[in-house]
Write a protein that binds this ligand. Structure first.
Ligand SMILES: *Cc1c(COP(=O)(O)O)cnc(C)c1O
Length: 222
C-alpha cells in the first residue's frame, strides 16, 4: 500500500512551501476499495477516510468503527435530502453541503439530534452545469444563510474541472474561504494534491494513489 508514500509526498510539499510539516490531513478515499486494503490502512494507523456514497459507507463502516472507535469518516459525495438522517449518524463531517434545501434539512435534524457533523460548503469553482456545488458568486450568500441556521460550517470543498489547471480553482476556493473567515479547505486528489497544498489545502482527498485502482463495483458491495 502506498499510504506512506503519499504521506511523505504531503510532508515534502509542506516543507517546500514552509508550512508546518504534518499540518495537512490526508483523507484516504476508500470508495469502491476492497475491505482488505481499508483494513491495511487502519492497521498502519491511519484513521481518516472519505466515502462518496451514503449507502456504500453504511455497508462497511459501522463494523469497522466498532474495531477502531477513533476513526473519522467524511462524506465527500452528493447527499440527497432523504439520506441526511442516515448520513448524520454515519459521518463525522459532510463535505458536500451545496444547496439551501439541504441546509434547512440539516438544521432541522440538528435541532432534533442536538448535534451535527462538521460541514463544508462545496463550491463549483469551474461553474460546470453537471457538477454539484454552489456557484462562486453565490457562495458568500449561501455561507451566510448556513450561519443564520446555526450550522457548523468549518470550511469549503471543491472538485476542479478535469481538463483545467487545478491551481486556479484551488486559489479561488482559498479566496472565498478567506473572505468568509473559514479556515478549512478540502481540495486536491491523487493527481494534484501537492498543488492543492501549495494553495492552502488543510485536507487532501486521495484515493487511488493510496489504495491503488478502484476494483469493486458499488453493486458488488451493498
Ligand atoms: C473519488 C474522489 C476522490 C479521490 O480520487 P482519486 O483520484 O482516486 O484520488 C476525491 N474527492 C472526491 C469528491 C472523490 O469522489
Amino acid at each position: 500500500m502506498a499510504l506512506n508514500d503519499v504521506l511523505e509526498r504531503i510532508q515534502a510539499e509542506e516543507a517546500r512551501i514552509g508550512r508546518e510539516v504534518g499540518s495537512t490531513r490526508l483523507i484516504a478515499v476508500s470508495k469502491l476499495q476492497p475491505l482488505d486494503r481499508i483494513k491495511a490502512a487502519l492497521d498502519a494507523g491511519h484513521r481518516l477516510f472519505g466515502e462518496n456514497r451514503v449507502q456504500e459507507a453504511a455497508g462497511k463502516w459501522p463494523a469497522l468503527r466498532e474495531r477502531y472507535p477513533d476513526l473519522k469518516l467524511h462524506l465527500i459525495g452528493p447527499l440527497q435530502t432523504n439520506k441526511v438522517r442516515q448520513a448524520i449518524k454515519l459521518f463525522d463531517a459532510i463535505e458536500s453541503l451545496d444547496r439551501p434545501k439541504l441546509a434547512h434539512t440539516l438544521a432541522r435534524l440538528q435541532g432534533e439530534f442536538g448535534t451535527c457533523p462538521a460541514l463544508y460548503v462545496q463550491v463549483n469553482t469551474g461553474e460546470e452545469p453537471q457538477k454539484a456545488g454552489v456557484m462562486p458568486m453565490d457562495a458568500d450568500g449561501f455561507i451566510a444563510e448556513c450561519r443564520r441556521l446555526d450550522l457548523p460550517v468549518v470550511g469549503l470543498m471543491c472538485i476542479p474541472p478535469f481538463d483545467e489547471e487545478p491551481s486556479l480553482h484551488f486559489a479561488l476556493l482559498a479566496k472565498i474561504a478567506a473572505r468568509n473567515g473559514l479556515s478549512e479547505l478540502s481540495m486536491g486528489m491523487s493527481g494534484d494534491f501537492e498543488r492543492a497544498i501549495a494553495q492552502g489545502a488543510t485536507s487532501v482527498r486521495v484515493g487511488s494513489a493510496v489504495f491503488g485502482g478502484r476494483v469493486q463495483s458499488f453493486s458488488d458491495n451493498p
